[in-house]
Design a protein around this ligand. Structure first.
Ligand code: ATP
Ligand code: MG
Length: 568
């Protein structure tokens, strides 16, 4: 099945340079008989977003393909920004996406070992305590075109460095007064190699280690060594770490420990979407959204609440693969995979979002019928259900026009349409309120069209959905649109913030939608296709007396068009 359509293609055949490299390392036994070991290393300073899903699918998916294992490791070296709430949400999200880790690890579990290794580097003359301020260190660092300058403290004796570092650890010095630096090369063309900071003093309470430490390792010193401790063979990360790779290798070589290797791939960028925990946190804190799981957020908990499925996200991630250059992916592509998945699996239902009453004048008073309809025409196994019909139904306001514009084929006076699965009806007259708004449409039906089939071969141009007024359940429906108005939400005038690109119409609440009665038993997160309207799922704000549905996506798929235009 290689028709170029990723949904039907085995994901393992989609080219991906990471897969090729791992296959090569396995073939050449680069790590002997050790199995492929990867890790997913989030910092618990926010909720996971769709960009993380890409990394998760690569870390877990590739290890799994090669019979290897993946650890979930919290990169918790910044006590000031990290919280248990984030640790919990990250675990829930990884599992929801469909992955289970081998070991659950924390960089903070390695603080003791990292400290021992720092002492080892000091003793080898490879690290020193620097008393320069952060500003001075920056000034000494030089630029891309100028070499850096040695710190006056660079040539301290091993004894003095050991003494100062132990005292840093013991809490004798205030925050920011000293740092431990690797002693590498202040003239290196790579700025990361100009005596990078290894440890800083921070009298902060850590979410796991409490007040046990007042010095904390920097990312570069912690990450590679943590990989090495876990015997990670392939440490995949995003391209912005490419310039850090020499430092990653330097620490491992100096310490002579397990040679984990870092491999960089492209970060996921999506149009109309911000994927930065810092900015997402700002949206939450400033209440531009209702929380990390607001259905407009690109967080996994947000798109989950919106109705997205882990299956579709995984298919999307497989289709985008991984490359060595950054680019931007159309949000429509993600939506396309989601629609495709929901089209195959979501149960159909009739729901009228903006109701207009349709009265069938010649339908026998008090009569009630049950019509059998398919739960999902794409999936016969989904079975059938019964929908009650009476002489008074709700239809969408948009499905009636008193004065139809050209090419309007839905209901209008004198025109006949099909009520899905029920009868042909012809509009006859309208009832208006004092302000001239149409409040009721009156029509007649053709009893011979029972079940919605044509009695004599005559054709109707439209089939519209309906809900019996006597049986309808009222619900709130939340219609979501893009959170940002610009394809690149970060594109702003000087002095403006990305907030100026927020879409003021990203949420519309419909308070009086009318649903077919079978939806009364919907469960939170259960997904439906409301016929002719879109995909929806039940929100957890629902109560026994009031259902709340979120619109996942409208039906229209613009990706197919984009793909066609691109010649795909
Ligand atoms: P952010 O900038 O959103 O805070 P981050 O890279 O700081 O993201 P981490 O918690 O450090 O977030 O990320 C954990 C892993 O997920 C890292 O390996 C990182 O490279 C990867 N990752 C983060 N964002 C993306 C993205 N947009 N696309 C692909 N991988 C990503
Ligand atoms: Mg980070």
């Amino acid at each position: 099945m290689t028709n170029g359509n990723p949904e039907t293609q085995d994901v393992r055949t989609i080219s991906n340079f990471l897969r090729d490299q791992i296959a090569e390392d396995v073939r050449t036994k680069k790590y002997g008989d050790a199995e492929v070991q990867t890790r997913f290393p989030p910092e618990p300073n926010g909720y996971l977003h769709i960009g993380h899903a890409k990394a998760i699918c690569l870390d877990f998916g590739l290890a799994d393909e090669f019979g290897g294992k993946t650890n979930l490791r919290f990169d918790d070296t910044n006590p000031e920004k990290e919280e248990q709430e984030y640790v919990d949400s990250i675990q829930a999200d990884v599992r929801w996406l469909g992955f289970e880790w081998d070991r659950l690890c924390y960089a903070s579990d390695y603080f003791g070992q990292l400290y021992e290794w720092a002492l080892q580097l000091i003793k080898a003359g490879k690290a020193y305590v620097d008393d320069l301020t952060a500003d001075e260190i920056r000034q000494h660092r030089g630029t891309l075109t100028e070499p850096g300058k040695d710190s006056p403290y660079r040539n301290r004796s091993v004894e003095e460095n050991l003494d100062l570092f132990v005292r840093m650890k013991n809490g004798e010095f205030p925050d920011g007064s000293r740092v431990l630096r690797a002693r590498i090369d202040m003239a290196s063309p790579n700025l990361n190699m100009r005596d990078p900071v290894m440890y800083r003093i921070l009298h902060a309470t850590h979410h796991r280690t409490g007040d046990a430490w007042c010095i904390y390792p920097m990312y570069d010193y912690a990450h590679g060594q943590s990989d090495s401790i876990e015997r990670v063979t392939h440490s995949m990360c995003t391209l912005e770490f490419t310039d850090h790779q020499p430092l990653y290798r330097w620490y491992i070589e100096q310490l002579g420990i397990f040679p984990s290797q870092q491999i960089e791939f492209d970060r996921l960028n999506l149009t109309y979407t911000l994927l930065s925990k810092r900015k997402l946190l700002q949206l939450v804190q400033e209440k531009h959204v209702s929380g990390w799981d607001d259905p407009r957020m690109p967080t996994l908990s947000g798109i989950r609440r919106r109705g997205f499925t882990p299956e579709a996200i995984r298919t999307f991630c497989a289709a985008i693969g991984a490359s060595r250059t950054n680019g931007t992916t159309d949000i429509e592509m993600l939506e396309h995979f989601q629609r495709d998945d929901l089209n195959r699996r979501a149960r159909r239902a009739m729901a009228v979002l903006r109701p207009l009453k349709l009265v069938i004048d010649n339908y026998p008073a008090g009569q009630e019928e049950l019509f059998e309809v398919a739960n999902n025409p794409e999936d016969p196994a989904a079975g059938m259900r019964q929908v009650p019909f009476t002489g008074e139904v709700y239809i969408e306001q948009d499905d009636f026009r008193e004065v139809p514009p050209p090419k309007y084929y839905r209901l209008s006076p004198g025109k006949e349409v099909r009520l899905r699965g029920a009868y042909f009806v012809t509009a006859q007259s309208v009832v208006k309120d004092a302000d001239g708004n149409i409040v009721e449409v009156h029509c007649t039906y053709d009893p011979a069209s029972r079940g919605g089939s044509s009695p004599d071969g005559r054709k109707v141009k439209s089939t519209i959905h309906w809900v019996s007024t006597a049986h309808a359940i009222s619900a709130e429906v939340r219609i979501y649109d893009k959170l940002f108005t610009k394809a690149d939400p970060g594109d702003v005038e000087e002095g403006e913030s990305f907030l100026s690109n927020l879409n003021p119409d990203s949420l519309e609440i419909l308070n009086d939608a009318k649903l077919e009665p079978s939806l009364a038993s919907a469960k939170v997160e259960e997904r439906f296709q409301f016929e002719r309207v879109g995909y929806f799922c039940l929100d957890r704000d629902s109560t026994a007396g009031k259902l709340v549905f979120n619109r996942t996506l409208p039906l229209k798929d613009s990706w197919a068009k984009i793909e066609k235009k691109a010649g795909g």
